[in-house]
Design a protein around this ligand. Structure first.
Ligand code: PRX
Length: 627
C-alpha cells in the first residue's frame, strides 16, 4: 500500500493522470492540471468523457451487464434490483425523454425525490446528455427548494408523489407545487413526477408522469463525450452567510476523485463486495458514494429509502444480514443513536459479512468508534474515518485499509495525491498537538470549480484567508505520529446529525418573522446529534401585543424555521431574551451564548458593552431548564 503513497509523492500529477485513465475517455487528455488562473483549476482539460457512460455503458461493454448494480429496499419492505444492463436501459430512455422535452447540454435540472432507483436513473440521465443536476434533499422545505431552483435557474424539476419516511408518506410533489406557485420560478418549464407512494397529487398541464415518459421514450441513446471541465452538478450547501452556496463540480476531475477514493478507501473488490452507504442522494455523500463512485467502479450496492428506526431499530442490521453487506458507510450520529438503544439492537442479525466500516460527516468520538468496531464490526472490521466536504467532492483524509494501524477518533492521513497542512492564524505550520486551521495546499481533481453564479464568493470564501491555499473551515491538529485529528468547524457552520447548517441562515429565517427583532443561533453540544440548534431571540415590542405566551411563541418560531428551511433545521430550544450580548462595536458574542447553551461557566465578559446582559440570560436559562 505504501506504493501508492510513494507513487503519488514522486509524481503527483502523473499519479492523478493514472487514476483518470482508469475512466473511459471519449477523447483522451494530454494535459493534467492547468492552474494558471488560480484558484480556478482545470483538470484533464483537453479530454472528453461522459459520466453516465462511465457508470454504465462501459461496464456492460466489458461483459458486466448481468452484475447487480442496485439492490433497492423500500421503507415499507418492497424491493427491486437492477443489473447494470437494466440500469443502462432505463437511463437511456430517461435521457431520451429529457431530450424530447428540449433539455440541452448545460441546462439545469432540479431533483427533489426520495432515495429510490428512479432518482439515480434521473441523475445519470441528466448528466448523460450534458445537463447539470441540482439535487435538493427531500427534507428541505418548499421555500428552501424554491430558492435553490431559482438560483440554479432550473428548466425541469424531477420529483415524486412522495417518499416513505418513518412509516408515513413524506409529500414531495405538494412542496414542489408550493415552490413553483405564482410563477415564482419562471425558468421551470415542466415537472416530472415519479410515482412512488400513490398518494393523491395535483397534476397540471405543467406536470408529466415519469413512467409515461419512460414508456414512450426511444430505447437507444448513444452517449457522447463532454469536455472534462463540463459542469456535472450543482449541490447547495450552507456556509457562513444566510444564503446557501451552489457548489459546482465538473466532470473529469470529479469522477476521477470519486471513483479513485471509493475503490481505495473501501478496498473495493467489485466482483464480490456488497457495498452500502446510508446517505441520501440529497447530500454530497450520496452523490460521490452512492451514485458516481460505486457505479463508476461497477460495484454492487444496497440503497434504502427510509429511516434506520422504521419499523424498528433493527432495520439496518436486518438489511446487512439479508444482502450480506461487506462494506458499510454511515455517520457517527447514527452510531450514537444505536448506542443509546443498546447492543441488543443487533442481536439476532448476522453481521459477519461486514469487512470495512466507514464513518463520515462529523468527528467520530472514541466511544462511538469502539461501539462501531466492537458491536457492529465484531472486532473484525477496519474502520475508515473519512474527512471531506461538499466542496472537496471526494474523500481527502482517511486511513486506507491495511496501510497503517487505525486510531479511534483520528481521520489520520491525507490520501495519496492530496496535500494538506495545519497552520496558525498567520498561516505558519503548527507544532504537533496544537490546534490550527486545516488547509489543502495543492489543487486536487475533484475540487469544486466555483460557487454557482458567484466567482468572487468562491475566491473570498476558500482562498483568501491563507493565500494560495484552500481553507476548509475546520480546525485540526497533528499528533506526534503525524496523524490528523479533526476538531470541527471553526466558523458559523454547525453540524446537526451530520447535516450541515449555517447559524446565519437560521438567524435570517428567524428575523423574517414579524415578532423577531434580532436572533443569535448557536450549536450546543448534543449527545446524539453532535450539535443541536439553540436560538436566542429578542422580540419586537411593537409586534407582540397579540402574541401568545412565551412557550407557544417558541413553538411557533420553531415551526417557522421548519417552514423556511426544513425539519433538519428545527431548533431544539428557542429562548426569548431582553438583549443579546454584544461587544462595544455591536458584534454578537456567540461564544458566550454557547457557554450558556452548554450549561458551562460563562467565559470572559469584559469586552461586552453591558456585562449584565449575560447574567440575566444565564439566569433565565437556568430557570427554564428547571421548569
Ligand atoms: O466539519 C467537517 C465535517 O463536515 C464538514 C463538511 O460537511 P458537508 O459539506 O456537509 O460534507 C459532509 C460529508 C462529506 C467538514 O467541514 N466532517 C466531514 N467528515 C468529517 C467531518 N468532521 C470530522 N470528521 C470527519 N470524518
Amino acid at each position: 500500500m505504501d506504493n501508492i503513497y510513494q507513487a503519488a509523492e514522486r509524481d503527483r500529477l502523473g499519479f492523478w493522470a493514472d487514476q483518470a485513465r482508469d475512466l473511459h475517455w471519449h477523447k483522451p487528455f494530454s494535459q493534467v492540471l492547468d492552474f494558471s488562473d488560480a484558484p480556478f483549476a482545470k483538470w484533464f482539460a483537453d479530454g472528453q468523457l461522459n459520466a453516465s457512460y462511465n457508470c454504465l455503458d462501459r461496464h456492460v461493454l466489458a461483459g458486466l451487464g448481468e452484475r447487480t448494480a442496485l439492490l433497492f429496499e423500500g421503507e415499507p419492505g418492497d424491493t427491486a434490483s437492477f443489473s447494470y444492463s437494466e440500469l443502462l436501459a432505463e437511463t437511456k430512455r430517461a435521457a431520451n425523454a429529457l431530450l424530447a422535452l428540449g433539455v440541452q447540454a448545460g441546462d439545469r435540472v432540479a431533483i427533489y425525490a426520495p432515495l429510490i432507483p428512479e432518482t439515480i436513473i434521473a441523475m445519470l440521465a441528466v448528466v448523460r446528455i450534458g445537463a447539470v443536476h441540482s439535487v435538493v434533499f427531500g427534507g428541505f422545505s418548499a421555500e428552501a427548494l424554491r430558492n435553490r431552483i431559482q438560483d440554479a435557474g432550473a428548466k425541469i424539476v424531477i420529483t415524486a408523489d412522495g417518499g416513505f419516511r418513518k412509516g408515513k408518506v413524506h409529500e414531495l410533489k405538494t412542496a414542489v407545487d408550493t415552490a413553483l406557485a405564482d410563477n415564482s420560478c419562471p425558468t421551470v418549464e415542466k415537472t416530472i413526477v415519479i410515482r412512488r407512494t400513490n398518494s393523491p397529487v395535483t397534476i397540471s398541464t405543467m406536470d408529466l408522469w415519469w413512467h409515461e415518459l419512460i414508456a414512450a421514450a426511444e430505447p437507444e441513446h448513444e452517449a457522447i463525450g463532454f469536455d472534462s471541465e463540463h459542469p456535472l452538478f450543482i449541490l447547495y450547501t450552507s456556509g457562513t452567510t444566510g444564503k446557501p452556496k451552489g457548489i459546482l463540480h465538473s466532470t473529469g476531475g470529479y469522477l476521477t476523485g470519486a471513483s479513485f477514493t471509493h475503490r481505495t478507501v473501501f478496498d473495493l473488490r467489485p466482483e464480490k463486495d456488497v457495498y452500502w452507504c446510508t446517505a441520501d442522494v440529497g447530500w454530497v455523500t450520496g452523490h460521490s458514494y452512492v451514485v458516481y463512485g460505486p457505479l463508476a467502479n461497477a460495484a454492487t450496492q444496497v440503497i434504502y429509502e427510509g429511516t434506520p428506526d422504521t419499523p424498528s431499530f433493527g432495520r439496518w442490521w436486518e438489511i446487512i444480514a439479508k444482502y450480506k453487506v461487506s462494506i458499510f458507510y454511515t455517520a457517527p450520529t447514527a452510531i450514537r443513536t444505536f448506542m443509546k438503544v443498546g447492543r441488543d439492537v443487533v442481536s439476532g442479525h448476522d453481521l459477519s459479512s461486514l469487512r470495512i466500516l466507514g464513518s463520515v460527516g462529523e468527528p467520530i468520538n472514541p466511544e462511538a468508534w469502539h461501539w462501531y468496531h466492537d458491536v457492529i464490526g465484531n472486532k473484525n472490521c477496519e474502520i475508515v474515518d473519512t474527512w471531506w466536504q461538499t466542496e472537496t467532492g471526494s474523500i481527502m483524509i482517511s486511513a486506507i485499509p491495511g496501510a497503517f494501524k487505525t486510531k479511534p477518533g483520528a481521520a489520520q492521513r491525507a490520501l495519496p495525491g492530496i496535500t494538506v497542512g495545519i497552520v496558525d492564524e498567520a498561516g505558519n505550520p503548527i507544532q504537533p498537538d496544537t490546534a490550527g486551521y486545516l488547509t489543502i495546499d495543492e489543487p486536487w481533481p475533484s475540487m469544486l470549480r466555483g460557487v454557482w453564479g458567484d466567482p468572487e464568493r468562491f475566491k473570498e470564501t476558500y482562498w483568501s484567508k491563507f493565500p494560495g491555499k484552500y481553507f476548509a473551515g475546520d480546525g485540526a491538529r497533528f499528533d506526534s505520529d503525524g496523524d490528523i485529528w479533526i476538531l470541527g468547524r471553526i466558523d458559523d457552520v454547525i453540524k446537526v446529525s451530520g447535516h450541515r447548517l449555517s447559524t446565519a441562515e437560521i438567524e435570517s429565517a428567524l428575523v423574517e418573522h414579524h415578532w423577531v427583532a434580532e436572533a443569535a443561533v448557536v450549536g450546543a453540544k448534543d449527545e446524539i446529534t453532535e450539535q443541536a440548534i439553540v436560538a436566542f431571540v429578542v422580540l419586537r415590542q411593537d409586534e407582540i401585543a397579540d402574541a401568545p405566551i412565551e412557550a407557544d411563541m417558541a413553538q411557533t418560531l420553531k415551526d417557522w424555521v421548519v417552514q423556511k428551511i426544513g425539519a433538519i433545521a428545527r431548533p431544539r430550544q428557542i429562548m426569548v431574551v431582553a438583549e443579546l450580548p454584544k461587544t462595544r462595536s455591536g458584534k454578537i458574542m456567540r461564544r458566550l451564548l454557547r457557554d450558556v447553551a452548554d450549561g458551562r461557566a460563562i467565559g470572559d465578559v469584559t469586552t461586552l458593552a453591558d456585562s449584565s446582559v449575560m447574567s440575566s440570560i444565564k439566569e433565565k436559562m437556568e430557570n427554564e431548564s428547571h421548569d
